[in-house]
Design a protein around this ligand. Sequence first.
Ligand SMILES: [Cu+2]
Length: 226
Amino acid sequence: MADNSTALAAVVLVLASTALGGGLVLLAHGTLTTTSTTTVQGPPATVTNSSAPYVLTLLIATNNAFNSTVGDQPAYFIVGPNGLESSANITIPAHHLIELIVMNFDQGNATLTDSQYANVSGTMGGMISIYSNELVNSTQGPNGIMINGTQQVSSLPPSLISHTFTVPALGLNVPMESESTVVAYFNTGAPGSYLWFCGSECGSGATGLGGAMTTPGWMTGALNVT
Ligand SMILES: [Cu+2]
């Protein structure tokens, strides 16, 4: 009996948290705390398969040998059906809902080239969902694993940002917290080929703007909406 009532109380707590809408608190000292146990909201239940989101999965890794003088550089990759692919050309459908998933293995942060890149833009609700080890911290409950999940944020403290996925022509900016996965939804419009880049100084040289930052397939490339 005690176990059942505990489980019921936990379920009620989860439902109550969900009803609160998954609010986020950004503390003044730059750390994040969560007020919710909800997971990321997908598209509405009325969406049919034909209009299901196109899933674009990207991965950021750091131990990529650029050349003998620059050494290792971070890079975005497409996680495709046959493995990792170059991010020099990323193709997504026009006039379509896109579910963008970015897995960031980078442990560090880098200075933003412009403070505006700390802000989320161009996504549904102006939000992204962040999953990190600290945020998940799930526990085993009486009825199975209890998943704490994620946070939805509209910006990040610059000190937490490793990279961004930025497409100015689409108004899209998604900041990436270190060692985290981000999920965002956005809608594409007409076909076109647009520049994407990273808005943090994560490349080589004194400014951090060389190497990966100027090389397609590393921290920049083309986003082709077709
Ligand atoms: Cu970067």
